[in-house]
Design a protein around this ligand. Sequence first.
Ligand SMILES: NC(=O)c1ccc[n+]([C@@H]2O[C@H](COP(=O)([O-])OP(=O)(O)OC[C@H]3O[C@@H](n4cnc5c(N)ncnc54)[C@H](OP(=O)(O)O)[C@@H]3O)[C@@H](O)[C@H]2O)c1
Length: 408
Amino acid sequence: MGLDEIYMLRCLQLARRGMSRVSPNPWVGAVLAKDSELGAKAYPKLEKILAEGWHARFGEAHAEQALLNSLPVDFDYSGTTLYVNLEPCAHVGKTPPCANLLIEKGIRRVVVGMLDPNPQVAGKGIALLKSAGIAVELGVLEKECMFFNRRFVVNQLFERAHTMLKWAESSDGLMDGIDPNRSIISGSDAHHWVHEQRAMVDAILVGIDTWQKDKPRLNIRHGLPGAMEANIDSTHPQKNPVRVVLDRHLRGQYDKESLARSDGNLLIVYEEGAAIKAYGATASKGTTIDCNGALPDGVTTITKTGKDIKSAESQAYLLEMPKQYSMPMLMKVLLELGIASVMVEGGAKVLAMFINDGCVDEVHILRSQTVLLEKGLKAPEWTGPALTQESTMGNDAHWSWYSKASVS
Ligand SMILES: NC(=O)c1ccc[n+]([C@@H]2O[C@H](COP(=O)([O-])OP(=O)(O)OC[C@H]3O[C@@H](n4cnc5c(N)ncnc54)[C@H](OP(=O)(O)O)[C@@H]3O)[C@@H](O)[C@H]2O)c1
């Protein structure tokens, strides 16, 4: 591994710090190093890095800008190289274009992990840097950078939330036994892995029967390295992922106890007309509907809006979808509501709907090698390309598949 690759890995490490706070923006880290300290054969020491930056929070400075802000105004940038895992932006968004900032500072060389996946802007930042005479190296650890930001890649290419399916099944292919209590299928290693994954998504989605039967908390309960690093900014405590429940006919219970199971906001998705039937709700009033007090305090009813549901003030929302909506349609609406990535945790019917609708960016099956349930709920049939066995976590074999957009 060369110097460029080592510094790019450091960018990815730094980018993880913004992980649960920058969505729907990508995870980006940047490093500034001095050329004279980078002799061709010298092995770099991280203390030789001049400055580091990362995108820490949606709406705040991009990684490159954060890095520049950490240095004195009169800092001498001559002979420096900037490393960043995603192409610097060339458009004015919530912050000024990063490519222009790098040009103004007189940075000599820029090493970039991957192009911006948005076809409208891809290459524009690189072209701007090159036109200013900056040497640009593109594609260092490109595959790793693409995989790292695969959720953002899917958002940009398909304009919908990234969708990850996950379930646990017994050695005889069942998701739950006949006992009224939920069957314990996975061991603690798999459990920890699931919670680490939860720390990386904006929302966790379940079907109404799972919500009613399991009373799931759908929160992050294990302090794993990834989750801890994501929460490094303790001055801004982070809410748990949004809980999305698919409840077409609004037959679920949403009382205070169920709302309090997590501090993550709750989004109840129902089909057009159900609120009138279930709650005697009157007509739509702008973006809200009147449910005649059928829901507890704290539940706000909405139709589609541009609201950011993750950080919204009310804890629970009702979202109306048209009759027979498809899962890609729902994922599109969720992205509009600021949810860029969703982990679908079950049950079998809801997982099958995503598989049948071809709305899967990655799938993870945790198959027990010891638990046998004999009778119960059959796990969904995975009809996509062959799964790969990633690893064994305790007594659970981890099988997975990633879409091309995730690994290309
Ligand atoms: N092993 C695991 O990893 C795991 C994970 C989660 C759950 N589970 C188990 O799975 C079981 C529940 O699974 P399940 O398959 O019976 O139910 P489910 O998938 O949790 O919920 C299915 C229900 O969701 C409703 N629904 C809402 N929107 C829908 C839509 N757009 N299209 C279709 N249906 C929609 C339907 O009810 P309506 O027709 O009334 O709308 C449907 O019957 C529980 O026993 C639970 O313990 C296991």
